[in-house]
Design a protein around this ligand. Structure first.
Ligand code: AMP
Ligand code: MG
Length: 413
C-alpha cells in the first residue's frame, strides 16, 4: 500500500476502501435513552422481560367471570341465573375469590378472580347488575388471557442488534423498561466545497449552481442513523477550508464528510488542504466515485474524515458504498448493507473493465426487471432522484445483455 502522501497508482478496490472507511468509524458508545427517543436506533444489549405478558390471567371481554361448571347447562331457552357478587373493572387490584354459584361483572383487561375459569361476554347475557341471566355455556378458558401466554417471565424479548420500531418500543414498555441501551448516533459534520456554489434560496449568477451535496449528505447521514451537522460550505480556498475544519471539528465529532475538491483538476481544495496531513487520496476502482480520500485529521485526537467527490451522483453513490454501511455497523446494525436482490436486466449495458459500476435503476418489483434511469454520467441528479435501486456491474463485466441476472441494491430498504 502506498504511503499516505503519495497517490496510489493501482486503484484501490471497492472492498479495500470500504474497509478503510469502516475502520474510521468505531462502534459508537452505548447509552440509555428514554423510549420516546429510541425509535430507529439499534438495541445494544439483549432485553430480558422481568415479568410475564400478560402479567396475570385477565379477561379478554367485557362480561361475567364464572365457573364454567356453574353455567354448563345454560341455553337461549333455559338461561342460568347467578347473583353478581362484585364488579371488577380494569385496574382493580383487590380481587376477591369467585364463590361457587356466583358471577363477577368483569371488564376487558381486568384480573380474573381466583376460582373463575371462564368469561361470558356481555352480549350473551341480559347485562344484569345484581343478578345476571347467562344464555350460553362457555368452555373452561373461554375469553381468558392466560398469564405468560405471550411472553414468559425471564424470556429474552429483544436481542442486541434489533432496530427499534414502534412494536419493539411497545414491548419494552410493556415489560417495564423506561429506557433502552442503544449506540449513540455518530455525530457527522458535512462540509461542501466549491467556489461555484450558492445557497438555495438566493439568486444565481451565471456560472454558479445551487449547493446540493450538503443537504443530500446530511439527509443520507440521518437516514443511516447518524446525527448530521451541516456546516456552511466553503469556496475552493485552502485557508478557508482549513479554518472551518479547525473551528468546527472539536469535542464529540465522530466523522467529517466533505464533498468536492478531490479529483485531478487544479483548485482541488480538499486534496490541496489535506495531502500530507493524515488523509490519503486514492482512486477506487469504481464508477461513479473513482476519486476518494479518507484518513484522520490532525485535530482533536485524529477525527476520521471521508472526502467524497463533488459530482452529486458520485457523492451519493460513494456515500452508499462506503459511508452508510460503516455508520450502520458503528450503530450495531446486524445488516449494515442495503438489501441486495437478483434482478433481470431489462436492456443491454456496457461497463468499464476493472471497475465496479453502480448504475441508477428502477426495479419492476412484479417481474423483477431492472432498467437504468438516466445514464452513467455522474451529474444527473434528476435521474438519481427517480432511482429506487443501484444496478451493480462487477469489475470483470464489460457488457451485459438484456435478460442477464444482475445484483441490485434496494435503496428504500
Ligand atoms: P469537484 O469534485 O469539486 O471537481 O466537483 C465536480 C462537479 O460536482 C462539478 O460540476 C461541481 O460543480 C459539482 N459539485 C461539487 N460540489 C457540489 C455541491 N456541493 N453541490 C452541487 N454540485 C456540486
Ligand atoms: Mg469543486
Amino acid at each position: 500500500m502506498a504511503s499516505p502522501d503519495v497517490p496510489t497508482r493501482t486503484p484501490r478496490t471497492v472492498d479495500e476502501h470500504q474497509a478503510v472507511v469502516a475502520a474510521l468509524i468505531p462502534p459508537a458508545p452505548v447509552q440509555d435513552v428514554p423510549l420516546t427517543q429510541a425509535a430507529g436506533l439499534v438495541l445494544a444489549a439483549d432485553l430480558t422481560a422481568p415479568i410475564a405478558l400478560p402479567p396475570f390471567d385477565n379477561s379478554a371481554m367485557d362480561g361475567y367471570a364464572v365457573r364454567a361448571a356453574d353455567v354448563a347447562g345454560a341455553t337461549e331457552e333455559a338461561p342460568v341465573e347467578l347473583p353478581v357478587a362484585t364488579d371488577i373493572p380494569a385496574g382493580r387490584t383487590d380481587v376477591p375469590t369467585l364463590e361457587p354459584g356466583t358471577a363477577h361483572r368483569i371488564m376487558t383487561g381486568a384480573p380474573l378472580p381466583p376460582g373463575a375459569d371462564a368469561v361470558v361476554q356481555v352480549e350473551l347475557t341480559d347485562g344484569g347488575v345484581d343478578r345476571v341471566r347467562i344464555r350460553r355455556a362457555p368452555a373452561p378458558g373461554t375469553h381468558v388471557r392466560t398469564a405468560g401466554e405471550d411472553v414468559p417471565a425471564g424470556a429474552v424479548v429483544l436481542t442486541a442488534g434489533t432496530v427499534l420500531g414502534a412494536p419493539q418500543i411497545a414491548l419494552a414498555a410493556a415489560v417495564g423498561s423506561a429506557t433502552l441501551p442503544v449506540r449513540r448516533p455518530p455525530h457527522v459534520l458535512v462540509l461542501s466545497t466549491g467556489s461555484e456554489l450558492v445557497a438555495p434560496g438566493t439568486p444565481l449568477r451565471p456560472g454558479q449552481i445551487y449547493e446540493s451535496n450538503g443537504p443530500m449528505l446530511a439527509a443520507a447521514v440521518q437516514d443511516a442513523g447518524g446525527r448530521a451537522e451541516l456546516l456552511r460550505f466553503v469556496p475552493d480556498d485552502v485557508a478557508q477550508f482549513r479554518q472551518v475544519l479547525s473551528e468546527r471539528v472539536a469535542g464529540g465529532v465522530d466523522l467529517v464528510l466533505t464533498s468536492g475538491g478531490v479529483s485531478a483538476g487544479a483548485y482541488e481544495v480538499v486534496k490541496d488542504a489535506l495531502t500530507g496531513r493524515g488523509v490519503e487520496f486514492v482512486r477506487v476502482a469504481m464508477q461513479p466515485g473513482g476519486p476518494q480520500g479518507a484518513g484522520r485529521l490532525e485535530i482533536d485526537g485524529g477525527v476520521g474524515i471521508v472526502t467524497l467527490p463533488g459530482n452529486p451522483v458520485s457523492s451519493q453513490v460513494s456515500f452508499e458504498v462506503f459511508v452508510r454501511p460503516a455508520l450502520r455497523a458503528a450503530l450495531g446494525h446486524p445488516h449494515p448493507h442495503r438489501p441486495v436482490v437478483k434482478a433481470t436486466l431489462g436492456e443491454p449495458m456496457s461497463s468499464p473493465a476493472g471497475k465496479r459500476q453502480f448504475r441508477r435503476g428502477v426495479l419492476d418489483a412484479v417481474d423483477g426487471t431492472v432498467r437504468e434511469v438516466g445514464s452513467p454520467a455522474s451529474h444527473l441528479l434528476g435521474a438519481l432522484a427517480r432511482a429506487d435501486c443501484l444496478i451493480v456491474l462487477p469489475e470483470d463485466v464489460t457488457s451485459a445483455e438484456a435478460g442477464d441476472p444482475v445484483d441490485v441494491w434496494l435503496l428504500d430498504g
